[in-house]
Design a protein around this ligand. Sequence first.
Ligand code: FES
Length: 407
Amino acid sequence: MTDLLPVAASVETAAPVETAASVETAAAAGRRRASFNPLVVADVRRLTADAIEVTFEVPEDLAAQYDYIPGQYVALRATIDGQDVRRSYSICAEPQPGEIRIAIKRDLGGIFSTYANESLRRGDVVQVMSPQGAFISRHAMTGLNHPDELQAELARTAATSFVAFAAGSGITPVIAIAKTALAASPSTRFDLVYVNKAAMDVMFLEELADLKDRYPARLAVHHVLTREQRISPLMTGRIDAEKLAAIFSTVLQADDVDEWFLCGPFELVQLCRDTLTARGVPDDKVRYELFTTGDPKKPEGNIGRPVLLDESAKSVEITFRLDGRQGTVASPVHAQESILNAALRVRPDVPFACAGGVCGTCRAKLISGTVQMSENYALEPDEIARGFVLTCQSHPTSDTVNVDYDA
Ligand code: FES
């Protein structure tokens, strides 16, 4: 599991030696080459005052590119006020032919989320990236990469118990996972702890109630409101270590859980992870996804940064392969730019979304040379061992670097 702590914040990475032991895992199963396609907005539904659900039509000829495993996300791209803006949003529904649904919650000052909440309408066309992400059940770790295969695997599995902690729009991937897991097997049990500031912020309130009606004995939803009084003091107020320990011991059957899903802001996810580790829960039972890196100093989308190109200055030669075509770009050493920043100068179609080390969209394999990867909240340890890097976070430390986006 990728480490969120500062120990992972700076990783010196060199091209790996290929071994026969290289194994495809869930992360690999959940990742494929990302590509943007224009999709038509089929519906926009308001979830709360600050959140919408957007349904995109997926035409038949793109169906194979847009099938997904519940828990994955798509990146959207739009030109807003002359700026190329990309943001990632989780898919919120179980797989349905011909459509894909996401939820977009307005962030304070968020360019894309504000635009979507205020302006997106049925019939609009948006550039949507093919689904990505490894926030998926470990039942997909056996190389499953199609939702039908996951459904079949879950149905075959004996009694399975899932627990999810979601905060705010962290419910988005979790509701897709819950719906799929509960429908796949009559022996699946799902406990959801869902944290919001107030009742008016709760997304998918009706869907969760319907789901609870459909599976009364197998789904438990525990709403925690941090700024509004609930009858139970345990379900009221900020979640700290003490409250979390109490929730584990009284509300959940925490020692009998097959898989944990954590989705929310850095602090809550990290607190849950620490608590689970302290309780002896192995890392491979815990999947997590972050909204933010929790580092306010990291400017989101530090991409397209202008670089002074002085031919007399010492440069690093960056070579990359993308969609079978080779590109080369010189990156001045003084600029200390990321591989992604440099590559975008010669190929605007180089894939990225968050530019903050969170989503994994800019992943490429380091073929030769060395890089310093400043942040990594997306790659699994086995991916790093096989030489994958996040190009938005990787800065060359050798004179030449060669990466492969197609790997
Ligand atoms: S673009 Fe999201 S991790 Fe690099």
